[in-house]
Design a protein around this ligand. Sequence first.
Ligand SMILES: Cc1cc2nc3c(=O)[nH]c(=O)nc-3n(C[C@H](O)[C@H](O)[C@H](O)COP(=O)(O)OP(=O)(O)OC[C@H]3O[C@@H](n4cnc5c(N)ncnc54)[C@H](O)[C@@H]3O)c2cc1C
Length: 385
Amino acid sequence: MDCDVLIIGGGVAGLSLAWRLAGTASVVLVEAEETLAYHTSSRSARQLQPSYGPGPVQELTRRTIATVQQISAGLGASILSPRPEVIIGTAGQVSGLTSANPILKPLEHADALRLSPDLRPAAFEAACLDDSALEVDVPALLEFYRAGAVAAGVRILTGAPVHTASRTASGWTVGAGSSAVHAAVVVNAAGAWVDPVAVVFGVSTLGLTPHRRTAALLATATPVNPAGVMVAAADDSFYYRPDGAHLLVSPCESVPSPPEDAQVHSGDIEALARRLDSVTTLGLGAVVKAWTGLRTSPKDGLPVVGFDAEAPGFFWLAGQGGYGIQTSAALAELAAELIAAGAGHPGRHGGTAVGPGTGEPRPGTAAGRLSPADQTLAEALSPLR
Ligand SMILES: Cc1cc2nc3c(=O)[nH]c(=O)nc-3n(C[C@H](O)[C@H](O)[C@H](O)COP(=O)(O)OP(=O)(O)OC[C@H]3O[C@@H](n4cnc5c(N)ncnc54)[C@H](O)[C@@H]3O)c2cc1C
């Protein structure tokens, strides 16, 4: 099977890039599991939070929200709903947040209680608000990316783990499940497995470490307001928000893990439920459902997007950490432009069509092909070596 671009990984990163590249290059996407988005992409809290993360992540989030709003408008039913976030803590914690982050607005104590009447008044000293945060229907967004990619000719193979790779004159020959794929460019979008995948290609790893994080749906003694706000601790020790008739909660743990099918650790959710009973009057009850995913980042906490400096034709789309949904469309756009510029595919910005694999993809070859804003953004992300 021949293609211009082989994408490894069928999570939100791989699917959004497949959607974005479709029609500009021939694309094959391979996913190890039988089901797309089986790992972290189906285990998120489904939030798009403009105030969350460092500056480049906030810019990627702003762009992604604009794109997802367009996607949503084109679908029969909206996939976005307002889910403002109230952050609570000590006066010092909250003023530290608001002075560093202009998106966050200080809230009077009474206004925080008005927005979230289930909060116990004594549980916090001060509060601030991100009133631009949204909840997104992640399954619908993933299906939009998948269906758009397939409709434009992308071939998706599931149950096809990449196990071997060798360099050829024009790119790579990759063994994925029982298939052999010949590609000019390989994109490593394997989430928690990006470093092990690099090893298969003989490419030096980047030290991207998966960290486990758990979320759960809990029953409550008093009904939750389905349209209520999200509440988060300023010290990042928990968050909760309504999810239909239940409360979605997370203890916000960040514990290093091997790349694996992450599982809930016994006691994590029960301990959080006890803590949240001192924060809200909702009366937390039975665990309806709980899950754990892996958030994978480099040490600087920024996504890694670009061609590897030491391995021509090997592109990283990795390290999205806790922001992979809210940055997906913008990272896909940026990655598609960098691939077009670096590998010679005609892209949105009109890269020279010298033919797949004939270029020497290197960081920086996109100069002059990306808009100045995109170039600045690409350079602000995690450095590739
Ligand atoms: C509890 C929790 C809450 C979160 N909440 C949010 C949120 O509200 N908003 C937000 O933006 N982000 C959130 N995130 C983060 C977000 O979910 C991730 O950043 C994102 O899903 C990562 O997507 P991915 O495609 O890189 O990884 P994945 O979804 O893990 O996809 C990678 C895929 O690569 C495949 N793969 C691995 N090795 C191979 C191989 N050798 N061959 C072929 N395929 C392979 C895997 O099977 C996997 O399907 C949350 C994460 C967690 C855990």
